[in-house]
Design a protein around this ligand. Structure first.
Ligand SMILES: Cc1cc2nc3c(=O)[nH]c(=O)nc-3n(C[C@H](O)[C@H](O)[C@H](O)COP(=O)(O)OP(=O)(O)OC[C@H]3O[C@@H](n4cnc5c(N)ncnc54)[C@H](O)[C@@H]3O)c2cc1C
Length: 368
């Protein structure tokens, strides 16, 4: 076999896993799609976000907490190896509540996550006056916020660049523009046919975002992938006024302000629409009146890679051992987990009991 592993897809998920496998000295190839591919990794909001994750599924709350805890060391190693500064800050993060009902709902959600993690998830609910002390530009419309010191943010494009340079540093063979058409099993491994030729490996990890359902079928896996469009806009640079990310507005290291986010079923249309952008802008201005006079410089849409219950899928094929699938909608937050423990689990070099909670078996439970 030419490689120990072929990773299908070079977005944040595939790149983090390939980087992690190569750091363990495996021979790794990444086959990535072309210019017309959908790439959530190039259109996301950049949050490394813990609060609220897994409120309805305890393993995901624990998983996200583990991931966030791995981030400081992950960044240190990645930046040292590549020289790419990815603007990571673990500054804590806030989720604003605009009325009493939102506040009550938030309290319940935060409490569930705290219980699911046996108290390792920490948070505070801040009323308007407490919030105003920390962020003077906040408007009266914000009644309060949940705050968790565990949250942070990063420049997601620099993260992707660093992971790709990290792959290069660890001698991963990266093949861009090579969309995989077909995968065959053969004695001791897999033959992977792409638009440019065929490669072989002992194991394969499919991280092809929205194409994971199709590729999974070739490997005996049913990976339910759902598409969900998000729209984001970004302003011109401003004086610093927001020193930590919020779920809908964050100021980047360069001073621009990123405004999100929406959820839409728009099929495979990754464009933008004035009505949604107007809603996003209106909400941001209602939270931060100073944004009313700022120029927007860009807006974009991107397609989330979702699962039916919004929790990640980590699956090894029962019928094709050595074939794995990873599908998730928080590929920024989980990058440190993917490069570390998940790569170890796939390589068989470390135990990771919690990962078994994320197999597709959970979708096949018949109602009692
Ligand atoms: C609007 C928006 C906001 C978001 N905000 C956040 C956030 O704040 N924090 C967070 O943690 N996450 C966020 N996300 C989610 C995050 O961006 C995704 O979880 C992550 O990018 C998924 O990465 P991926 O590699 O699985 O998929 P993708 O980025 O879609 O990459 C898939 C890759 O596979 C390749 N590919 C596809 N088909 C094939 C094939 N047949 N053969 C070879 N290669 C193939 C493609 O070329 C592509 O490079 C957001 C997403 C969106 C859309």
């Amino acid at each position: 076999m030419e490689y120990d592993f072929i990773v299908a897809g070079g977005g944040l998920v595939g790149s983090a896993i390939a980087y992690g496998l190569a750091r363990q000295k495996h021979r790794v190839a990444v086959l990535d799609g072309g210019d017309r591919s959908f790439r959530a990794s190039r259109g996301n909001f950049g949050l490394v976000w813990v609060q609220g994750k897994g409120a309805d599924f305890a393993p995901y709350a624990q998983w996200t907490g583990l991931a966030a805890g791995l981030w400081p060391r992950f960044v240190e190693e990645l930046e040292t190896e590549t020289g790419v500064v990815i603007d990571y800050q673990r500054s804590g993060g806030m989720h604003f509540c605009l009325n009493g009902a939102e506040w009550d709902e938030r309290v319940q959600e935060m409490e569930k996550v705290r219980q699911h993690t046996n108290g390792s998830f920490t948070y505070e609910m801040l009323n308007h006056a407490q919030l105003k002390k920390q962020i003077p530009q906040i408007s009266r419309a914000v009644v309060g916020a949940s705050y968790s010191p565990l949250d942070g943010h990063v420049n997601p494009l620099y993260l992707l660049q660093a992971l790709q340079q990290g792959m290069d540093y660890h001698k991963v063979h990266y093949f861009p523009g090579q969309s995989i058409d077909r995968i065959e099993t053969q004695q001791g491994g897999f033959l992977v046919h792409s638009t440019q030729g065929t490669l072989s490996a002992e194991k394969i990890v499919i991280c092809a975002g929205l194409d994971n359902r199709r590729l999974g079928e070739m490997l005996g896996m049913d990976i339910p992938v759902i598409v969900d469009r998000g729209q984001i806009m970004i302003t011109e640079r401003m004086q610093p006024f927001l020193n930590l990310p919020t779920l809908h507005v964050r100021q980047t290291a360069e001073g621009t302000v990123q405004i999100g986010y929406s959820h839409e079923d728009a099929g495979l249309d990754d464009g933008t629409s004035p009505s949604v952008l107007k809603t996003l802008a209106g909400r941001a201005v209602s939270m931060f009146p100073l944004l009313a006079r700022v120029n927007l410089v860009r807006a974009w849409g991107a397609l989330r890679v979702m699962t039916p219950d919004h929790n990640p899928i980590y699956q090894q094929s029962a019928s094709c051992p050595g074939a794995f699938a990873v599908t998730c909608h928080s590929g920024v937050t989980l990058a440190a987990m993917h490069a570390g423990p998940v790569a170890g689990w796939i390589a068989g070099s470390s135990e990771l009991d919690l990962v078994n909670q994320f197999s597709t078996d959970r979708f096949n439970v018949s109602p009692a």
